[in-house]
Design a protein around this ligand. Structure first.
Ligand code: UD1
Length: 352
């Protein structure tokens, strides 16, 4: 089951590995949480994900509405198809909705990217992570901290499988191809920005202050900002919806290959995304995360990620440091090696 943009690059390698095993019949359900062409279809095309067998078209809404709608639409599919296992990915509302449906129908659940914790329950994703893990039967973790978090929460160790990072499987497979999709007029040095978390974009005063800082930064370093639909709406509400003519370029949401081409060549990435913290660590590209915490501590401890919190001064000073050539040297965490999905497929096909 998939639903939102960050699910697609995680499901693609797992579906491929299960198909290659020849031992599993698969059905793909798309909740429809993300539905725009450039938030969904383009990822299916580029990543070679088969068309969904079921598209629930649940769409947007409040958290309760969206989660409930997905549950109502997903339950009959599970009742009719009677799967031996349902795989859910990451921490979006579709993940928890599908997991709750299966838990009540006593259908086994595999959670890919289990165990991550920001310890910040104001994030909707943290609630989704904790609850999905509690009802899952197979918990596939990307890094050791995930295993430790699950142990602290009393999850039985035999349910937990440290397999590595499936998002990095996709990155490794697609990186060579992505280079054909680089924007033509890229300067030698540039920054890439993505912001979409409610904590950053729903506070219009803070969003405005960040845009102003990015405009300042863009006098020295071109800033490319592909804009998530939620952020686009907020910028329009704040009267900031038009791209400025200087170095700050506001772009539509990019495809997987277009974004990877940018990210892999960037001088610095400024983000509040989860997956981008991991991708920049793998690519050894400096990353400034505009959050107070992260559920992906390996990217800070081993990788190139720096948490700048809600500090515009910190963003300015970190960028100055990076432009002076003083960048954090990162390591790639263990098992982020392109083989995580194969490990998952092996576990599933031997135990289910
Ligand atoms: C969701 C996930 C978030 C993930 C992000 C990646 C949850 C709680 N949040 O946030 O963890 O990092 O996806 O993108 O599940 N919209 C469109 N077109 C679309 C989808 C959404 O215009 O295809 C607009 C709608 O106005 C919608 C808003 O974006 O109300 C937010 O979408 P939603 O799915 O609720 O959450 P995201 O912010 O995308």
């Amino acid at each position: 089951m998939v639903g939102a943009r960050p699910n697609f690059m995680k499901a693609a390698p797992v579906m491929r590995a299960l198909a290659e095993s020849g031992q599993a019949q698969q059905l793909l359900v798309h909740s429809g949480q993300h539905y725009d062409f450039n938030m969904s279809d383009v990822f299916f095309q580029e990543l070679g994900i088969p068309a969904p067998d079921f598209n629930l078209q649940a769409g947007s809404g409040s958290h309760a509405q969206q989660t409930a709608e997905i549950m109502k639409l997903f339950e009959p599919v599970v009742l009719e198809q009677r799967p031996d296992l349902v795989l859910v990915y990451g921490d979006v509302n579709s993940t928890l909705a599908a997991a709750l449906v299966c838990a009540k129908l006593l259908v086994p659940i595999g959670h890919v990217e289990a165990g991550l914790r920001s310890f910040d329950r104001t994030m909707p994703e943290e609630v989704n992570r904790i609850l999905t893990d509690q009802v899952s039967d197979f918990l596939f973790t990307p890094s050791r901290d995930g295993d430790q978090n699950l142990a602290h929460e009393g999850v039985a160790p035999e349910k937990v499988h440290l397999v590595g990072n499936v998002m990095i499987d996709t990155l490794i497979r697609m990186l060579p191809k992505s280079q054909e999709h680089a924007m033509r007029d890229l300067p030698e040095r540039f920054a890439v920005v993505t912001l979409h978390r409610p904590s950053n974009v729903d506070d219009l005063a803070w969003l405005g202050a960040m845009i102003q800082t990015l405009e300042e930064v863009s006098h020295n370093l071109q800033v490319l900002f592909p804009i998530h639909p939620r952020t686009r709406q907020r910028l329009v509400e704040a009267g900031l919806g038009n791209g400025r003519d200087n170095g700050l370029r506001l772009l539509k949401p990019l495809s997987y290959l277009e974004f990877l081409a940018l990210e892999s060549r960037a001088t610095v990435v400024i983000t509040d995304s989860g997956g981008i913290q991991e991708e920049t660590t793998y690519l050894r590209v400096p990353c400034l995360t505009v959050r107070e915490n992260t559920e992906r501590p390996a990217t800070v401890e081993a990788g190139t990620n720096v948490l700048v919190g809600r500090s515009l001064d910190r963003i300015r000073s970190e960028i100055a440091r990076i432009l002076a050539g003083n960048t954090k040297q990162g390591q790639v965490p263990p098992l982020w090696d392109g083989c995580a999905a194969r490990r998952i497929a092996e576990i599933i096909t031997t135990r289910c």
